[in-house]
Design a protein around this ligand. Structure first.
Ligand code: 48F
Length: 261
Protein backbone atom coordinates (compact mmCIF):
# COMPACT_ATOMS: atom_id res chain seq x y z
CA UNK A 1 0.00 0.00 0.00
CA UNK A 2 1.23 3.50 -0.84
CA UNK A 3 0.47 5.82 2.06
CA UNK A 4 -1.26 9.08 1.15
CA UNK A 5 -0.74 11.80 3.77
CA UNK A 6 -3.92 13.57 2.63
CA UNK A 7 -6.00 10.52 3.55
CA UNK A 8 -4.35 10.39 6.99
CA UNK A 9 -5.22 14.06 7.46
CA UNK A 10 -8.76 13.63 6.19
CA UNK A 11 -9.30 10.60 8.48
CA UNK A 12 -8.25 12.62 11.52
CA UNK A 13 -10.20 15.75 10.60
CA UNK A 14 -13.44 14.00 9.72
CA UNK A 15 -13.52 11.55 12.63
CA UNK A 16 -12.59 14.23 15.18
CA UNK A 17 -15.24 16.66 13.96
CA UNK A 18 -17.87 13.93 13.80
CA UNK A 19 -17.03 13.14 17.43
CA UNK A 20 -17.19 16.80 18.46
CA UNK A 21 -20.50 17.37 16.65
CA UNK A 22 -21.99 14.28 18.29
CA UNK A 23 -21.23 15.87 21.68
CA UNK A 24 -23.12 19.15 21.25
CA UNK A 25 -26.09 17.81 23.25
CA UNK A 26 -24.80 15.67 26.08
CA UNK A 27 -26.46 13.84 28.92
CA UNK A 28 -23.41 14.57 31.05
CA UNK A 29 -20.36 16.82 30.60
CA UNK A 30 -17.43 16.12 32.92
CA UNK A 31 -14.86 18.81 33.64
CA UNK A 32 -11.47 17.34 34.54
CA UNK A 33 -10.02 13.92 33.84
CA UNK A 34 -8.52 12.90 37.18
CA UNK A 35 -9.54 9.65 38.91
CA UNK A 36 -12.99 10.93 39.94
CA UNK A 37 -13.82 12.27 36.46
CA UNK A 38 -12.57 9.16 34.67
CA UNK A 39 -14.52 6.86 36.98
CA UNK A 40 -17.69 8.90 36.52
CA UNK A 41 -17.19 8.89 32.73
CA UNK A 42 -16.67 5.12 32.72
CA UNK A 43 -19.77 4.37 34.79
CA UNK A 44 -22.06 6.79 32.95
CA UNK A 45 -20.93 5.60 29.53
CA UNK A 46 -21.36 2.01 30.65
CA UNK A 47 -24.96 2.87 31.60
CA UNK A 48 -25.50 4.05 28.01
CA UNK A 49 -25.40 7.80 28.67
CA UNK A 50 -24.01 10.30 26.18
CA UNK A 51 -21.01 11.58 28.07
CA UNK A 52 -17.96 13.68 27.29
CA UNK A 53 -15.00 14.53 29.49
CA UNK A 54 -12.94 17.68 28.97
CA UNK A 55 -9.36 17.73 30.20
CA UNK A 56 -7.04 20.72 30.02
CA UNK A 57 -3.84 18.75 29.82
CA UNK A 58 -2.53 16.53 27.03
CA UNK A 59 -3.04 13.49 29.24
CA UNK A 60 -5.98 12.54 31.39
CA UNK A 61 -5.27 11.12 34.84
CA UNK A 62 -4.78 14.29 36.90
CA UNK A 63 -2.98 13.61 40.15
CA UNK A 64 -3.04 9.84 39.88
CA UNK A 65 -0.01 9.17 37.66
CA UNK A 66 2.52 10.32 40.21
CA UNK A 67 1.45 8.22 43.22
CA UNK A 68 2.85 9.97 46.28
CA UNK A 69 5.64 12.48 45.64
CA UNK A 70 6.32 10.86 42.23
CA UNK A 71 6.74 7.40 43.82
CA UNK A 72 4.41 5.50 41.57
CA UNK A 73 2.30 3.48 43.99
CA UNK A 74 -1.17 4.37 45.21
CA UNK A 75 -3.19 3.06 48.12
CA UNK A 76 -6.91 2.26 48.24
CA UNK A 77 -8.99 0.94 51.08
CA UNK A 78 -11.17 -2.17 51.12
CA UNK A 79 -14.40 -0.36 50.02
CA UNK A 80 -12.80 0.88 46.79
CA UNK A 81 -10.58 -1.98 45.77
CA UNK A 82 -13.35 -3.64 43.76
CA UNK A 83 -13.47 -0.63 41.40
CA UNK A 84 -9.81 -1.01 40.46
CA UNK A 85 -10.16 -4.79 40.23
CA UNK A 86 -13.09 -4.35 37.87
CA UNK A 87 -10.90 -2.04 35.79
CA UNK A 88 -8.32 -4.83 35.57
CA UNK A 89 -5.71 -3.47 37.98
CA UNK A 90 -3.61 -5.83 40.13
CA UNK A 91 -3.65 -5.00 43.86
CA UNK A 92 -1.64 -6.34 46.77
CA UNK A 93 -2.61 -6.05 50.43
CA UNK A 94 0.27 -4.25 52.13
CA UNK A 95 -1.23 -4.35 55.64
CA UNK A 96 -4.78 -5.35 56.58
CA UNK A 97 -7.16 -3.02 54.72
CA UNK A 98 -4.42 -1.10 52.79
CA UNK A 99 -4.28 -2.19 49.14
CA UNK A 100 -1.50 -0.99 46.83
CA UNK A 101 -1.60 -0.60 43.04
CA UNK A 102 0.84 0.72 40.47
CA UNK A 103 -0.27 4.32 39.83
CA UNK A 104 0.51 4.20 36.10
CA UNK A 105 -1.41 0.94 35.65
CA UNK A 106 -4.37 2.30 37.65
CA UNK A 107 -4.55 5.57 35.69
CA UNK A 108 -4.20 3.87 32.33
CA UNK A 109 -6.86 1.31 33.27
CA UNK A 110 -9.41 4.00 34.24
CA UNK A 111 -8.75 5.90 31.00
CA UNK A 112 -9.12 2.70 28.98
CA UNK A 113 -12.33 1.63 30.71
CA UNK A 114 -13.89 5.10 30.27
CA UNK A 115 -13.09 5.30 26.55
CA UNK A 116 -13.94 1.64 25.88
CA UNK A 117 -17.33 2.15 27.53
CA UNK A 118 -18.00 4.95 25.03
CA UNK A 119 -17.09 8.13 26.91
CA UNK A 120 -15.85 10.86 24.56
CA UNK A 121 -12.63 12.31 25.90
CA UNK A 122 -11.43 15.72 24.72
CA UNK A 123 -7.94 16.31 26.02
CA UNK A 124 -6.12 19.60 25.52
CA UNK A 125 -9.51 21.27 26.03
CA UNK A 126 -10.09 23.76 28.83
CA UNK A 127 -13.49 24.60 30.25
CA UNK A 128 -13.48 28.37 30.69
CA UNK A 129 -17.12 29.06 31.53
CA UNK A 130 -20.62 27.59 31.80
CA UNK A 131 -23.93 28.20 30.00
CA UNK A 132 -26.74 29.51 32.24
CA UNK A 133 -30.47 29.50 31.55
CA UNK A 134 -33.49 30.47 33.61
CA UNK A 135 -36.26 27.87 33.52
CA UNK A 136 -39.48 28.56 35.51
CA UNK A 137 -37.67 31.22 37.54
CA UNK A 138 -34.78 28.92 38.47
CA UNK A 139 -31.32 29.40 36.98
CA UNK A 140 -29.53 26.27 35.88
CA UNK A 141 -26.24 25.36 34.24
CA UNK A 142 -27.08 23.94 30.81
CA UNK A 143 -23.71 23.63 29.15
CA UNK A 144 -20.00 24.34 29.00
CA UNK A 145 -17.87 26.92 27.23
CA UNK A 146 -14.68 25.27 26.00
CA UNK A 147 -11.48 26.38 24.36
CA UNK A 148 -8.30 24.79 23.10
CA UNK A 149 -5.75 24.60 25.93
CA UNK A 150 -2.90 25.93 23.74
CA UNK A 151 -5.08 28.99 23.07
CA UNK A 152 -5.55 29.43 26.81
CA UNK A 153 -1.85 28.90 27.61
CA UNK A 154 -0.71 31.35 24.90
CA UNK A 155 -3.39 33.80 26.06
CA UNK A 156 -4.59 34.24 22.49
CA UNK A 157 -7.72 36.24 21.95
CA UNK A 158 -9.80 33.46 20.39
CA UNK A 159 -13.46 32.91 21.18
CA UNK A 160 -14.48 29.56 22.65
CA UNK A 161 -17.12 27.07 21.50
CA UNK A 162 -20.19 25.91 23.41
CA UNK A 163 -21.99 22.63 24.03
CA UNK A 164 -25.11 21.79 25.98
CA UNK A 165 -25.58 19.16 28.68
CA UNK A 166 -28.29 18.00 31.06
CA UNK A 167 -25.79 17.69 33.91
CA UNK A 168 -22.22 18.91 34.39
CA UNK A 169 -19.79 17.34 36.85
CA UNK A 170 -17.12 19.54 38.42
CA UNK A 171 -14.06 17.25 38.76
CA UNK A 172 -11.28 19.84 38.55
CA UNK A 173 -9.76 18.79 41.87
CA UNK A 174 -8.23 21.06 44.49
CA UNK A 175 -8.77 24.24 42.43
CA UNK A 176 -12.52 23.68 41.98
CA UNK A 177 -12.09 25.90 38.95
CA UNK A 178 -15.41 25.64 37.17
CA UNK A 179 -17.37 26.30 40.35
CA UNK A 180 -15.19 29.32 41.14
CA UNK A 181 -15.99 30.74 37.71
CA UNK A 182 -19.72 30.13 38.20
CA UNK A 183 -19.71 31.95 41.55
CA UNK A 184 -17.36 34.79 40.54
CA UNK A 185 -19.20 35.70 37.34
CA UNK A 186 -22.78 35.19 38.44
CA UNK A 187 -22.84 35.74 42.19
CA UNK A 188 -24.97 32.64 42.58
CA UNK A 189 -25.65 30.82 45.86
CA UNK A 190 -24.48 27.24 46.06
CA UNK A 191 -26.02 24.43 48.03
CA UNK A 192 -23.24 24.70 50.66
CA UNK A 193 -23.43 25.88 54.31
CA UNK A 194 -22.28 29.42 53.42
CA UNK A 195 -23.72 29.51 49.91
CA UNK A 196 -20.17 29.90 48.58
CA UNK A 197 -17.14 27.67 48.13
CA UNK A 198 -16.11 26.59 51.64
CA UNK A 199 -12.49 25.81 50.68
CA UNK A 200 -10.20 22.88 51.28
CA UNK A 201 -8.55 22.25 54.63
CA UNK A 202 -5.22 20.62 55.55
CA UNK A 203 -4.41 16.91 55.79
CA UNK A 204 -6.73 14.49 57.64
CA UNK A 205 -6.99 11.44 55.42
CA UNK A 206 -9.53 9.44 57.41
CA UNK A 207 -12.16 12.18 57.62
CA UNK A 208 -11.39 13.45 54.12
CA UNK A 209 -11.95 10.08 52.48
CA UNK A 210 -15.40 9.67 53.99
CA UNK A 211 -16.30 13.30 53.26
CA UNK A 212 -15.24 13.06 49.61
CA UNK A 213 -18.04 10.58 49.08
CA UNK A 214 -20.50 12.30 51.44
CA UNK A 215 -20.05 15.67 49.71
CA UNK A 216 -20.50 14.24 46.22
CA UNK A 217 -23.80 15.81 45.20
CA UNK A 218 -25.55 18.52 43.20
CA UNK A 219 -24.07 21.80 44.38
CA UNK A 220 -26.04 24.07 42.04
CA UNK A 221 -28.85 23.25 39.61
CA UNK A 222 -27.18 21.25 36.84
CA UNK A 223 -23.75 21.11 38.52
CA UNK A 224 -22.45 18.20 40.58
CA UNK A 225 -19.19 18.04 42.50
CA UNK A 226 -17.04 14.92 42.73
CA UNK A 227 -13.55 14.03 43.88
CA UNK A 228 -11.34 16.64 45.49
CA UNK A 229 -13.66 19.35 44.15
CA UNK A 230 -16.39 18.02 46.49
CA UNK A 231 -14.10 18.56 49.46
CA UNK A 232 -13.12 22.02 48.27
CA UNK A 233 -16.77 22.97 47.72
CA UNK A 234 -17.99 21.72 51.09
CA UNK A 235 -14.90 22.48 53.16
CA UNK A 236 -13.22 19.22 54.08
CA UNK A 237 -9.66 17.99 54.39
CA UNK A 238 -7.08 16.71 51.92
CA UNK A 239 -5.99 13.09 52.01
CA UNK A 240 -2.88 12.64 49.85
CA UNK A 241 -2.22 9.49 47.85
CA UNK A 242 -5.06 7.31 49.11
CA UNK A 243 -7.46 7.20 46.16
CA UNK A 244 -10.47 5.18 47.31
CA UNK A 245 -12.56 8.29 47.97
CA UNK A 246 -11.93 9.58 44.42
CA UNK A 247 -13.08 6.32 42.86
CA UNK A 248 -16.11 5.92 45.13
CA UNK A 249 -17.07 9.54 44.49
CA UNK A 250 -16.95 8.94 40.72
CA UNK A 251 -19.22 5.92 41.08
CA UNK A 252 -21.61 7.80 43.39
CA UNK A 253 -22.03 10.80 41.10
CA UNK A 254 -22.55 8.52 38.09
CA UNK A 255 -25.24 6.52 39.89
CA UNK A 256 -27.00 9.64 41.18
CA UNK A 257 -27.12 11.31 37.76
CA UNK A 258 -27.98 8.09 35.98
CA UNK A 259 -31.01 7.70 38.24
CA UNK A 260 -32.29 11.12 37.08
CA UNK A 261 -31.83 10.61 33.34
O1 48F B 1 -6.71 16.81 40.55
P1 48F B 1 -7.35 15.67 39.89
O2 48F B 1 -6.62 14.37 39.87
O3 48F B 1 -8.84 15.54 40.51
P2 48F B 1 -9.61 14.40 41.32
O4 48F B 1 -10.25 13.46 40.39
O5 48F B 1 -8.47 13.59 42.09
C1 48F B 1 -7.66 14.19 43.07
C2 48F B 1 -6.41 13.35 43.24
O6 48F B 1 -5.71 13.26 42.03
C3 48F B 1 -5.46 13.88 44.30
C4 48F B 1 -5.97 13.69 45.66
C5 48F B 1 -6.49 12.32 46.01
O7 48F B 1 -5.94 11.59 46.78
O8 48F B 1 -5.95 14.57 46.43
O9 48F B 1 -5.17 15.24 44.05
O10 48F B 1 -10.44 15.10 42.30
O11 48F B 1 -7.70 16.03 38.37
C6 48F B 1 -8.33 17.24 38.02
C7 48F B 1 -8.15 17.41 36.53
O12 48F B 1 -8.92 18.51 36.11
C8 48F B 1 -8.19 19.20 35.08
C9 48F B 1 -6.74 19.11 35.54
O13 48F B 1 -5.85 19.30 34.47
C10 48F B 1 -6.70 17.70 36.13
O14 48F B 1 -6.27 16.74 35.18
N1 48F B 1 -8.73 20.57 35.00
C11 48F B 1 -8.63 21.54 35.95
N2 48F B 1 -9.27 22.66 35.54
C12 48F B 1 -9.78 22.37 34.31
C13 48F B 1 -9.43 21.04 33.96
C14 48F B 1 -10.55 23.10 33.35
N3 48F B 1 -10.94 24.38 33.58
N4 48F B 1 -10.89 22.51 32.17
C15 48F B 1 -10.51 21.23 31.91
N5 48F B 1 -9.77 20.48 32.79
Amino acid sequence: MIIDEKIVTEAIASTFFDKFKSCLDLDVAIVGGGPSGLTAAWKLAEAGRKVALFERKLSVGGGMWGGGMTWTSIVVQEEAKGILEEAGVALTEYKPGYFVADSVAATAALAYRATRAGANVFNCTSVEDVVLREVDGVKRVMGLVVNSSPVEIARLHVDPLVLHCKHAIECTGHDVEMLKTLVRKNGVKLNTPSGGIEGEQSMWADVAEANTVRHTREVYPGVWVAGMAANAAYGSYRMGPIFGGMLLSGVKVAEAINALL
